[in-house]
Design a protein around this ligand. Structure first.
Ligand code: HEC
Ligand code: HEC
Ligand code: HEC
Ligand code: HEC
Length: 371
């Protein structure tokens, strides 16, 4: 599908952010419901349309998609994703006569973007940078922060969305993601086990896995130091960026790495949405640095026992490989990395990445496509 030229959407959104008093927008946002948790970009597009104003929300075209909502990895598809010629058929379920303007009964998306309904061939506005002055960005950020202070999450989402539309700024994105997570606090498969929420991520600090006794703690991630230049086998000392993740508070016993993997699969079958896995070496090191967690004497990571520097993308996270895996082994004050083979024992803790906020990915994908 042709992604809207973001500059255009951005200009339009900037205009709508200026008229942000419109409380009908909050209602529209609520109508987008749980989909807005993850599909920030689709919601931005749809929010511009007459459909948002009349309440023809995501489920009107994609179905309630309960299975998909529960599954953060999109292994369960939405109920309906009409493509190509089938799209006109979908439109015709409500617009029975086709296009009242052109009498056309087909090719609706060639003139109406499926979400924003604007003509995708026309530039919708000037690039945001040139016509959206910095004061409007600053104003929207200020209003957003005030809404956060009042715990008015819908208003915060509206303001930060406006700010992000004016300028694709990392701080605006983080605050938008934070406010979205507060507005839609449910995480499939989890129940919050503490009222405390991470001040930047907007995620509960402790959760319970539904239908089990497993409690998980949020590890905020960030930059973690691995390696040691004074030990030949641990060179080089390096820094790895770790995304936020949840990890089981208490470790489980496993007879082997394979056994730990099988137990993880059982857990994924038992909990809808699942997505449980072993921590990578970097994640486990990050968790072991967290004073809230007590270390087992040895724990499995998902990573192959390859030399440093750690790089999640170089093949060492290959699940199918039969090479040895990294175990972290506790020592008096710190720990070391050991190789673990088929018969090695260690404990393990399930890890799960919180549901994504899809905005940066989609806009990146979009930028690549747009010259
Ligand atoms: C917990 C996060 C999450 C929620 C909630 C969610 N989705 Fe998705 N959805 C995803 C992911 C992840 C993908 C695939 C990645 C991507 O968009 O690039 C996806 C893909 C889609 C696609 C494209 C599917 C394809 O394979 O082409 C549609 C359509 C969609 N979602 C609609 C919806 C609708 C409608 C709702 C609300 C009823 C919804 N989603 C709720 C995470 C979510
Ligand atoms: C008027 C009908 C309609 C509504 C309302 C609608 N969609 Fe869509 N959506 C479509 C169609 C049709 C496609 C497939 C377009 C294509 O593949 O050419 C699509 C594609 C998508 C995709 C995959 C492509 C992409 O943009 O990443 C996602 C995700 C999505 N919709 C999410 C949503 C969400 C979330 C909402 C509610 C805010 C929503 N849609 C509302 C018709 C609709
Ligand atoms: C679930 C019903 C429903 C579906 C499905 C639906 N629409 Fe609509 N649409 C409406 C309603 C209701 C309105 C507002 C009243 C009106 O203008 O007819 C509307 C308005 C519009 C408008 C007028 C926009 C404006 O600015 O006034 C366009 C264009 C449009 N729809 C195109 C589409 C296209 C294209 C599709 C398929 C991708 C589609 N609609 C699917 C219900 C629907
Ligand atoms: C060749 C381009 C083209 C195609 C194809 C097309 N439309 Fe339109 N449509 C327009 C234009 C131009 C307008 C008037 C300006 C506007 O509202 O965007 C319009 C207006 C509309 C309106 C609003 C009418 C009103 O009274 O304001 C609806 C609803 C609509 N189209 C639905 C559809 C549907 C459904 C399809 C597919 C069956 C479709 N259109 C196909 C160009 C097209």
């Amino acid at each position: 599908m042709a992604r809207l030229r973001l500059a255009g959407v951005t200009a339009l959104l900037a205009a709508s952010a200026a008229a942000a008093q419109d409380s009908g927008r909050d209602t529209a946002l609520r109508a987008a419901g749980v989909c807005a948790r993850c599909h920030v970009n689709a919601v931005l597009e749809w929010d511009l349309s007459a459909h948002a104003r009349v309440g023809n929300a995501c489920s009107g075209c994609h179905g309630a998609s309960r299975g998909h909502v529960l599954d953060e990895r999109n292994t369960v598809k939405p109920d309906r994703i009409p493509r190509g010629d089938a799209i006109a058929g979908l439109c015709a379920t409500c617009h029975a006569i086709g296009c009242p303007k052109t009498r056309s009964t087909e090719s609706c998306p060639s003139c109406h973007h499926v979400h924003a309904l604007v003509d995708p061939r026309k530039p919708v506005g000037k690039p945001a940078e040139s016509d959206a002055p910095a004061p409007r960005f600053t104003e929207a950020m200020r209003a957003g922060n005030e809404a956060v202070a009042r715990k008015d999450w819908a208003a915060a989402v509206r303001e930060f969305r406006g700010a992000y539309a004016i300028r694709q700024d990392a701080a605006a994105y983080r605050k938008l993601a934070f406010s979205l997570r507060r507005l839609y606090p449910e995480i499939p498969g989890f129940r919050a086990a503490s009222k405390e929420v991470h001040p930047e991520l907007g995620l509960p600090l402790e959760v319970k896995v539904t239908g089990t006794k497993i409690r998980m703690l949020l590890v905020a991630g960030g930059e973690i130091d691995l390696g040691d230049d004074s030990v030949a086998s641990l060179r080089p000392a390096h820094t790895v960026a770790v995304e936020p993740f949840y990890i089981a508070r208490d470790p489980f016993d496993a007879a082997s790495w394979r056994d730990a993997m099988n137990r993880m699969e059982d857990l994924n079958r038992a909990v809808p949405g699942g997505g449980f896995r072993l921590p990578t070496e970097a994640e486990l090191a990050s968790a072991w640095s967290d004073p809230r967690l007590s270390r087992a004497s040895a724990e499995w990571s998902s990573s192959l026992f390859w030399p440093y520097p750690y790089d999640a993308a170089d093949g060492r996270e290959d699940r199918a490989s039969s090479e040895n895996r990294v175990r972290l082994v506790a020592q008096s004050r710190s720990w070391s990395r050991w190789s673990g083979g088929a018969t090695s024992t260690a404990q393990f803790r399930p890890v799960r990445t919180p549901p994504p906020i899809l905005l940066p990915k989609t806009s990146e994908r979009f930028r690549k496509r747009t010259p």
